[in-house]
Each structure stands twice: as structure tokens, then as C-alpha cells.
Design a protein around this ligand. Structure first.
Ligand SMILES: [Zn+2]
Length: 133
């Protein structure tokens, strides 16, 4: 058990160091605390611990390496079309289920890889937050 925890922690250190050292700006989603309390309580709480640990590592390493680190509200980052801003689940469309790894925007027809589209939205939110500072 402890070995798994250590291996996991080492992995988070590798990921956080690589992200911070190789970028001027890193943007991440805040913890989704409300969702965590709903379904899959155990699985989600494990994911939560990992994410919380990673966010903490990113924050202190950003200070060490003079990198900007910003967290943003995760609301609709996966459901919003990065090209036109349409939000799935509005205007009588269905929200994208987790199983949909790629999708086409019903408004503008843009084809998206789910995680890539979400990453673009997260970065855009981070840049907006920086401009407002
Ligand atoms: Zn669109």
C-alpha cells in the first residue's frame, strides 16, 4: 500500500516539475468539490487526493521556478465548444457523457477531441483571469 502511494507521489512530482520547468504559465482546474460528494464517492475521493496533491506541488514549484500558476473554475470546460462558445446541454442538446471522447459542435460543426477542447478552454479561462488581475 505504501509503495503504491510512494510511486504515485513520485509520478506527481515528475509531472509537476516537468510542467513548471518547461512552461511560463500553467493553468489547472480547481477541485470539483461539489461533484465529489455525489457519485462514486470512493473513486472520486481518491482522484481528489491526487488532484489536490498535484495542485499543491504545482503551486510551490511555480514559486520556486518563477512560473505563473493559475487555477480556474472547472464549470463547463468540457461542455463548451472552444471555437464558438456553444455549451452542450443548452438549447435542447444533451450534455456530453464522460464516454464521449470526441464530439462535433452542433452549432458551428467544429470537431473536438474532448480533452484537447477542454484544455483550450481551461487555458483561455486562465489567460482571462490573468488579464483581470
Ligand atoms: Zn462550436
Amino acid at each position: 500500500q505504501r509503495e503504491v502511494a510512494n510511486r504515485r507521489k513520485n509520478f506527481l512530482h515528475l509531472v509537476s516539475t516537468a510542467l513548471i520547468k518547461n512552461h511560463d504559465l500553467v493553468v489547472a482546474e480547481e477541485l470539483r468539490s461539489k461533484n465529489l460528494l455525489r457519485n462514486h464517492a470512493l473513486a472520486m475521493s481518491i482522484a481528489d487526493v491526487g488532484w489536490r496533491t498535484l495542485l499543491g506541488m504545482l503551486a510551490y514549484k511555480a514559486d520556486l521556478y518563477k512560473c505563473q500558476f493559475v487555477t480556474v473554475n472547472p464549470r463547463n470546460t468540457t461542455q463548451t465548444c472552444h471555437d464558438c462558445g456553444f455549451v452542450m446541454g443548452t438549447e435542447s442538446t444533451q450534455k456530453l457523457p464522460l464516454a464521449d471522447r470526441q464530439w462535433t459542435c452542433p452549432r458551428c460543426g467544429a470537431y473536438h477531441i474532448r480533452d484537447h477542447n477542454a484544455a483550450q478552454n481551461i487555458l483561455a479561462k486562465g489567460l482571462t483571469a490573468l488579464v483581470k488581475q
